[in-house]
Structure formats: structure tokens, C-alpha cells
Design a protein around this ligand. Structure first.
Ligand SMILES: *Cc1c(COP(=O)(O)O)cnc(C)c1O
Length: 413
């Protein structure tokens, strides 16, 4: 790419149809936040809303708020909103538990729905919890299933009549590679297998069309691009055609057909509510709803378009200014479909990222050598990308990352 002038960058920001959303977030002074794919920033509305839920609904309303503030329906209400972001019907998505627990529920439900089939497919380097939840679900079911990890471009050819389930993360958490949801779903269904999509790095970043892809099952995360706050509740999707045949292995009372009949026998609710387990996290759900509402105000196509533009700018500038310092792009090349983060490899990636963070440019590091930068179109400007690359180039050129304080590993990176 050619050098780009500060006037051109200012023009891009001035013409940005999403520019007004930045003021809807509370962002610290002096920070360029490129980690919204790991923990989304705080929407301004969230603090007031959470204070209302705590002081008004909880403090004043007390237990009456289960009805008067509709706490009891929050999992369905927020689920229906997320459904609009993922291309599902309102009654096919519910908010519950964590992504990991939702994986457990849907893996076991899916494997039990395909008796006689014992092959399970995923890819090596998938997000760790996905692989761990597969291994432990298989152990829970008695160990008769065989998990095979197949490189991403060979997955379709490994799906057979023996395959019960394919579990894939739609956008790869390190590389931002994107799977072809429609093609893989169709290939699996042609052999009678189901696909479970992990949308943790897709929801709120890319337009999704679960039903247009005839998807079976999906899970996703609330605290990344949805800005739901640390440890926000997660969500799950089950296509309506599977509601009657799939049963959660965690038959808690909130998923019962009549939770308040207090009977001695478990009978799953008829719809998506059967995938609830225990009492919903009301405060967490209120915060999540604020983040989801912001995304419903914006146009997902516009978000995706700006995400691509920010990524192309970032990749172009890094290539032009940092390639001589051993920084190489990981994942889709410019022009190719991608998720909403950009990753680069450098043998000293950890120390370089610490030096960036010390200078207010916050991305993250993924072992062994990947520097990852999340691009969140609702609160990033084109000028922020230029600033981040200015700082990165400076850290590389001056070898600032060699300072000893940047080399000590923290527990959470
Ligand atoms: C972030 C993420 C998760 C998170 O799981 P938790 O149960 O919330 O810790 C799961 N899967 C993928 C692909 C993720 O990126």
C-alpha cells in the first residue's frame, strides 16, 4: 500500500457512519484499545443500568422483581435479541451459563441424538476449552467416541457416515481465519452428522446467518465483541427442528417444563428453555443486554465493512513499516475473508506486546509468538490504527521491548 496521509485518515474518520458510537463507550484517556475481542469495552449505559438493577430492582423490589422486572424471562429476552445478530429466530437462542458449560450441554445432547455413531471431528489448535469440553464430554459418555482433530481444509473430506458431531470455531481465535459455515454444515448434514459452531469470535463482529446456513447448533460468548462485561453470561442456539429431540445433560429446574410446580421428576421444557440449568445471573444479564442493544442499533453489515477497512489499513501499514523488524502476518492475507482481529508473529511477541501496553496500546499475546489486535468498529477510529502502528514501529526500531520488565510473564495475558 502507498503511504497514507494524516489528511486521508482524518477524512476516513469524518466519513465513518459508525463514528458516533464511540461516544457511547467509556474509554480511558490515553489508551488505544485493541483487545475488544477478548474483553469488550464498557458501554456508557451499562453502569447506570446495573446500578438500577442493583439498587432499584434488587434493593427495592426484592424478590418481587422476578415478576415485576421480568428477571425470570431475561434469558429468553436477551436471547431473542442475540438471535437477530446471528440470523436465528427469537425462540432459538437463550442466554445461560458460560460458553464452556453451553458446549458441554450441546455436545452431550448432540452425541446422544446420534446413537451408533462414534466419530467426533474438530480441528487442531481450536480454542482450548472447545477441545477440553469435547474430551471430557466423551469421557462422561463412557469413552466410546473417538475424537479426531483434522486440519481445517481437510475437515469436509473426513466427515463420514460414522460422524456424529463436528465442532468448529467459526472465526479462529488466533489467526482470524473464517470457516465456510454453509458449506461445512451442508457437507456434515449430507452424511447425517450435526455441526456445533462456536461463535465466540464472530458474534458482534460479523453478520451471521445461522438459519440461512441451516445450522444445527451454536454457542457464543457475551464478553468479547458483545461488550457484556467480564464473565458475562454466554448464549446457545438450537435450531427449532431439534428442540424436541435434544435434551440437556444438566437437567436443572430452570429448564423444567414447570419449574414452579416443584415436582419430583425432571421433565424438560418444550422449547429452547430446556437448555437452561439454574437460576440466571440477573446482574450479568442486564450488563450483557446493554452491549447487545448497542449492536442492534448499529448495522452489522456496516460494522463488518469497517472491520475489514480497519484490518486492511492495519495490515498495510504494518507490512510497510514493520516487516523489516521480523513482524509477519498470521492468518488471512489482505483481501481475504477474515474475522475482526489481526495477528502478527514475532519471536519476541510477548515482550513487544508488554512494551505496547506500557505505551497505552493494548492488544494481547497468544503463545507461542502471536501478537493479536482486536478491531472493534463501534469504538475504534482509523486514526487509532495509525497511532498503534506508530507505537509498534517505535518499539521495534528502538528495541524498547528488550527492557527486563517486559519479559516477565503475567498469570493472565
Ligand atoms: C472466549 C472463548 C470461549 C470462552 O469460554 P468461557 O467458558 O467463557 O471461558 C470459548 N470458545 C471460544 C472459541 C472463545 O474464543
Amino acid at each position: 500500500m502507498d503511504a497514507i496521509s494524516s489528511a486521508q485518515i482524518a477524512a476516513l474518520d469524518a466519513a465513518d457512519p459508525l463514528a458516533a458510537f464511540r461516544a457511547r463507550f467509556s474509554l480511558p484517556e490515553g489508551v488505544t484499545y485493541l483487545d475488544g475481542n477478548s474483553l469488550g469495552a464498557l458501554p456508557r449505559a451499562t453502569a447506570d443500568r446495573v446500578r438500577d438493577v442493583i439498587e432499584g430492582e434488587w434493593g427495592e423490589g426484592l424478590i418481587r422483581s422476578w415478576n415485576s422486572a421480568d428477571w425470570i424471562n431475561a434469558p429468553r429476552r436477551v436471547g431473542a435479541k442475540i438471535a437477530r445478530l446471528v440470523g436465528a429466530n427469537p425462540h432459538e437462542v437463550i442466554v445461560a451459563d458460560s460458553t464452556s458449560v453451553n458446549l458441554h450441554k450441546l455436545i452431550i445432547a448432540a452425541l446422544r441424538a446420534r446413537p451408533g455413531r462414534h466419530a467426533v471431528l474438530s480441528e487442531p489448535g481450536n480454542f482450548p476449552t472447545d477441545l477440553y469440553m469435547l474430551e471430557t464430554a466423551i469421557a462422561t459418555l463412557g469413552g466410546a467416541h473417538a475424537l479426531t482433530l483434522t486440519p481445517r481444509d481437510e475437515i469436509v473430506s473426513h466427515i463420514t457416515e460414522e460422524t456424529a458431531l463436528v465442532l468448529l470455531t467459526h472465526v479462529h481465535y488466533k489467526t482470524a481465519d473464517v470457516h465456510d459455515m454453509a458449506a461445512i454444515t451442508a457437507a456434515a448434514q449430507a452424511k447425517g452428522a450435526m455441526v456445533l459452531w462456536d461463535l465466540s469470535h464472530s458474534v458482534g463482529a460479523l453478520p451471521l446467518a445461522l438459519n440461512a446456513c441451516n445450522a444445527d447448533l451454536a454457542v457464543g460468548c457475551g464478553y468479547k465483541f458483545l461488550n457484556g462485561g467480564p464473565g458475562a453470561p454466554a448464549f446457545l442456539f438450537v435450531a427449532e427442528r431439534h428442540h424436541a429431540s435434544l435434551v440437556s445433560p444438566l437437567g436443572g429446574w430452570m429448564g423444567h417444563a414447570q419449574p414452579f410446580a416443584f415436582t419430583d421428576h425432571y421433565e424438560p421444557a418444550s422449547g429452547i428453555s430446556r437448555f437452561l440449568c439454574g437460576t440466571p445471573s440477573v446482574v450479568g444479564m442486564a450488563a450483557l443486554e446493554c452491549g447487545v442493544d448497542l449492536h442492534l442499533e448499529a448495522d452489522m453489515q456496516e460494522i463488518a465493512r469497517k472491520s475489514r477497512a480497519l484490518a486492511e489499513l492495519f495490515m498495510g501499514l504494518v507490512h510497510m513499516r514493520c516487516a523489516e523488524h521480523d513482524v509477519t502476518l498470521v492468518g488471512p492475507p489482505p483481501g481475504a475473508p477474515r474475522g475482526s482481529h489481526v495477528s502478527f508473529r514475532h519471536p519476541e511477541g510477548y515482550a513487544i506486546m508488554q512494551a505496547l501496553i506500557a505505551r497505552g496500546v493494548i492488544g494481547d499475546f497468544r503463545a507461542p509468538d502471536i501478537m493479536r489486535f482486536g478491531l472493534t468498529p463501534l469504538y475504534l477510529r482509523y486514526a487509532d490504527i495509525v497511532h498503534a502502528v506508530d507505537v509498534l514501529e517505535d518499539v521495534l526500531r528502538t528495541r524498547a521491548w528488550q527492557a527486563p520488565e517486559y519479559r516477565t510473564r503475567q498469570a493472565v495475558t
